[in-house]
Ligand binder design. Structure first.
Ligand SMILES: N[C@@H](CCC(=O)NCCCC(=O)O)C(=O)O
Length: 266
């Protein structure tokens, strides 16, 4: 099959999780499902090794990067401060894989969509900082994961965010202003990295979306979870479709396909 006809593939940095007494490199289905069903791209889940992942070798083989949410938090030492109890739980393997991959994808102009923990990693990777337990700050809304057993209720769309006019996200959505989203986070961007432009905020001022200034390609982070309702919620779908389009354009531009595909030898 000619390269240009193949479905593109995106790297998804895994989380390190403990299940049934074993250590797993895992990512929740909602991310790779939205990638496949809405962005129409396949996923390569990248093991969260603290050492041994060669980022450029991985990026040479993919057409985009999708950075998922996670219950763990970016280690504060990565943005210049001591860790406290409030900053955990940590995932050093995820940090060691994701941050270098984010920086390199931006340098190489590989499409990047960063979600929840992902926007926080994007900010730290580019020199910004994070705040913990933001719900404790006076005047802040409670952005935390709802304490409910049902996952659909946990990811329920329940909070307005305000998308700035002229932003990348407004382009993808086809409008600016209020968008209803879900919310499952205790941390948020404190100092915005120099290369990031704030694209959306919550009513309490929490930064809810950013884009990379002067990016060579699609490079967006959102604090909410568009993957969860991407098959049914129009704004969520618009974001994933825009990401998929950028990934396909990148794949086509780098396919290096000869006019006649090289015949496979037996
Ligand atoms: N840990 C960070 C990022 C939150 C996040 O990515 N939430 C999605 C996963 C929710 C879960 O499974 O607990 C923060 O808390 O800000």
């Amino acid at each position: 099959m000619p390269v240009s006809c193949r479905k593109p593939i995106v790297a998804v940095p895994a989380d390190l999780r403990q299940f049934e007494g074993a250590l797993w490199h895992a990512t929740p289905n909602q991310y790779v499902n939205a990638a496949l069903k809405v962005a129409d791209v396949m996923s390569f889940i990248v093991p969260a090794f603290e050492e041994g992942n060669d980022v450029d070798t991985i990026l040479d083989r993919v057409d985009g990067v999708l950075v998922s949410g996670a219950v763990s938090n970016v280690h504060p030492s990565l943005y210049g401060r001591e860790a406290t109890e409030a900053d955990g739980p940590f995932d050093h393997g995820r940090d060691a894989t994701s941050l270098p991959m984010i920086r390199r994808a931006i340098e190489r102009g590989i499409p990047l969509l960063a979600i929840c923990r992902g926007i926080q990693e994007l900010n730290v990777a580019l020199g910004g900082t994070l705040a913990s337990e933001i719900q404790d700050q006076p005047g802040n809304w409670d952005h935390r994961k709802p304490d409910v057993p049902d996952r659909d209720a946990m990811y329920a769309i329940r909070q307005p965010v305000f998308v700035k006019e002229g932003s990348c996200i407004a382009d993808f959505l086809g409008f600016s202003g209020e968008v209803q989203v879900n919310s499952l986070h205790r941390q948020a961007i404190a100092k915005t990295a120099p290369r990031l432009k704030v694209e959306a905020t919550a009513a309490d001022g929490t930064i809810e979306a950013v884009s990379v200034i002067d990016a060579k390609n699609f490079a967006v982070g959102v604090q909410w979870h568009p993957e969860y309702w991407a098959e049914t919620d129009a704004p969520s779908a618009a974001l994933f479709k825009a990401f998929g389009d950028a990934v396909r354009a990148y794949a086509a531009s780098t396919s290096g396909e000869t006019s006649t595909p090289v015949a496979r030898t037996a």
